[in-house]
Design a binder for this molecule. Structure first.
Ligand SMILES: NC(=O)C1=CN([C@@H]2O[C@H](COP(=O)(O)OP(=O)(O)OC[C@H]3O[C@@H](n4cnc5c(N)ncnc54)[C@H](OP(=O)(O)O)[C@@H]3O)[C@@H](O)[C@H]2O)[C@@H](O)CC1
Ligand SMILES: Nc1ncnc2c1ncn2[C@@H]1O[C@H](COP(=O)(O)OP(=O)(O)O)[C@@H](O)[C@H]1O
Ligand SMILES: [K+]
Length: 497
């Protein structure tokens, strides 16, 4: 997994890299600027583009000056630099790059006040006003300048971080940020890039290697990690020769009510398609014909017969919740499951809402269980939150105190682990934003647990494979039932070779 660093850790890495690689900070700035220019010219290869580079007077501004010089050398000759000099302070590396640019052919203008910005002829603006050095919300002249640039409606490419955007900590949609079409960010994505509030400020992100000391970065402690494909290939086990259905576990999916049988069908079919050796669905009698017709591979237990027909030790994994509703019978079935199945349970949807209404059930959730809320279910369980950052804080805390893995669904689904980490899943697509998708995820995770993966590994694999299957084909929308059909192939392509 890739660890995600705070702004302070990035600064620390910057200094450490200079020492260990025997580089000056100015040389590191040059490296960072070269990496930016390489990525920029791939995205915007037209050399006739009119570009304005807006620079602050810190190191982000220093990068901006070096980038302007390098772009000019690359043939981007319709380019000018505007320096927002709203204070007397400037960094040494900014000053050094200013000397270089002043001896070039690039026009440089200094703005002492935001009001001095009149017309902007450039089609594209490079934002090098402030990066990771933001120390308070934008105010005064800089805020006015950013608001003015936002109104120009130009294409904006941010250096490292958009001006005004915090690397970490709670964000508000009302914050003033220079809205970026593209952020070319240095070495690591920043935590807040993965939270939904960023959508209002950032359209696309590219992370470029600027040659920081990776060995050192990986030694840094952080709760935030990004899951990579390697984490999946290293976890997924092949189906070996001579194995049989008994090798891959028996999963029980407790789901569905007369009017929401689809949830049970989706969840049970996803469980089967993810590779559980056997899948049984516990459903109401009204759903039996649908189940037998739609997924003949899946066996059934009827809700009304659980007391006679259900033997817990038959099942290596249990998932409960999709479409069970909130009836007293569902509450009783949930309570029975949590009390009697003394191994981890995958708890989703209505089961989470029932726990939200009957908080005493929290106490009997088996150790190591998996909770898979979407945002509303998360808030019903743990209280209202005003920002996604606050949910991250709560998720980390609750997963530790409950001894459970909590998966909070989103574009970048967050997985809170029992040892206090927050893992971001990179796969998935807005094509997946349609009903039934979460029911499929429950089936997938339950299936991986039945096959012998630890609950945490099952959640990591489940979130990644679910998202990867949703991305395939780049479709406008992926109905949940179509995603299920892709699962066997998606899993196969993620095996290590
Ligand atoms: N780490 C790395 O790996 C590498 C980092 N590099 C680059 O360095 C960047 C970080 O540079 P940095 O630390 O100098 O901070 P930076 O973003 O220029 O901002 C500081 C300036 O902003 C000002 N300021 C702050 N908040 C403000 C506000 N609300 N409103 C108004 N002003 C405000 C602050 O003023 P002050 O508050 O101190 O008066 C100061 O002048 C990083 O993003 C990357 O681009 C690469 O070159 C090499 C590798
Ligand atoms: N924009 C998106 N990007 C990535 N994944 C998404 C997106 N929208 C939805 N999903 C995924 O689809 C699933 C939706 O789950 P949920 O809201 O519980 O659906 P339902 O209750 O209809 O089954 C989650 O796993 C979520 O991560
Ligand atoms: K910036």
């Amino acid at each position: 997994m890739e660890n995600i660093l705070s702004a302070a850790q990035m600064r620390d890495t910057d200094a450490h890299t200079c020492t260990t690689f025997n580089l000056s900070s100015l040389q590191l700035m040059e490296q960072a600027s070269q990496s930016f220019v390489k990525a920029f010219s791939r995205t915007y290869p037209e050399r006739y583009l009119k570009i304005a580079v807006y620079c602050g007077t810190g190191n982000n501004g220093g990068d901006g000056l070096a980038i302007a010089r390098l772009l000019y050398q690359e043939g981007y000759n319709h380019l000018d630099v505007k320096i927002a000099r709203f204070s007397d302070k400037s960094s040494d590396d900014f000053d050094a790059n200013l000397v270089d640019i002043e001896s070039s052919h690039i026009p440089v203008a200094e703005l002492k006040h935001a009001a001095e910005l009149d017309v902007e002829e450039a089609e594209l603006i490079i934002d090098a006003l402030i990066g990771s050095g933001l120390n308070k919300p934008l105010e005064g002249e800089l805020r006015m300048l950013v608001e003015k640039i936002n109104k120009l409606d130009k294409v904006v490419v941010a250096v490292d971080i958009p001006t005004g955007f915090k690397s970490e900590g709670a964000m508000k949609l009302s914050d003033t940020v220079l809205v970026a079409d593209l952020v070319i960010s240095f070495q690591r994505a920043k935590v807040n890039f993965f939270l939904p509030e960023s959508a209002g400020f950032i359209r696309e992100i590219k992370v470029v290697d600027i040659g920081l000391n990776e060995h050192y970065i990986q030694s840094l402690q952080t709760p935030y990690y990004l899951i990579t494909q390697k984490d999946i290939t290293s976890r997924l086990k092949r189906r070996a020769k001579f194995t049989h259905k008994g090798t891959y576990g028996h999963a029980l999916i407790i789901a569905g009510a007369p009017k929401t049988m689809g949830a049970a069908l989706l969840s049970a079919e996803a469980c089967m398609c993810t590779g559980a050796g056997l899948t049984t669905a516990c459903v109401p009698e009204e759903g039996l014909t649908a189940l037998n017709t739609r997924v003949p591979e899946v066996m059934a237990i009827l809700n009304e017969n659980v007391n006679e027909d259900l033997t817990w030790k038959t099942y290596q994994a249990v998932g409960i919740g999709p479409g069970i509703g909130s009836s007293p019978e569902s509450l009783a079935l949930l309570t029975k499951t949590l009390k009697e199945y003394n191994k981890p349970v995958v708890i989703d949807a209505d089961a989470l809402n029932l726990i939200g209404q009957h908080h005493e059930l929290m106490q009997i959730i088996p150790e190591g269980s998996v909770l898979t809320p979407h945002v509303k279910e998360f808030d019903r369980l743990f209280g209202e939150h005003v920002s996604w950052w606050d949910r991250v804080v709560t998720g980390i805390d609750r997963a530790k105190t409950m001894g459970c893995t909590i998966l909070l669904k989103n574009q970048y689904t967050m997985i809170f682990t029992r040892d206090g980490k927050c893992l971001f899943n990179p796969t998935g697509s807005p094509a997946m934003a349609s009903g039934g998708m979460g029911d499929v995820l429950t089936g997938i995770i339950t299936s991986f647990i039945a096959q012998g993966y630890s609950p945490e590994d099952a959640v990591i694999l489940g979130a990644y494979i679910h998202g990867a299957a949703g991305e395939e084909g780049n479709d406008y929308v992926v109905p949940a039932s179509s995603l299920i059909k892709r699962l066997p192939a998606t899993i196969a392509t993620n095996y290590s070779t």
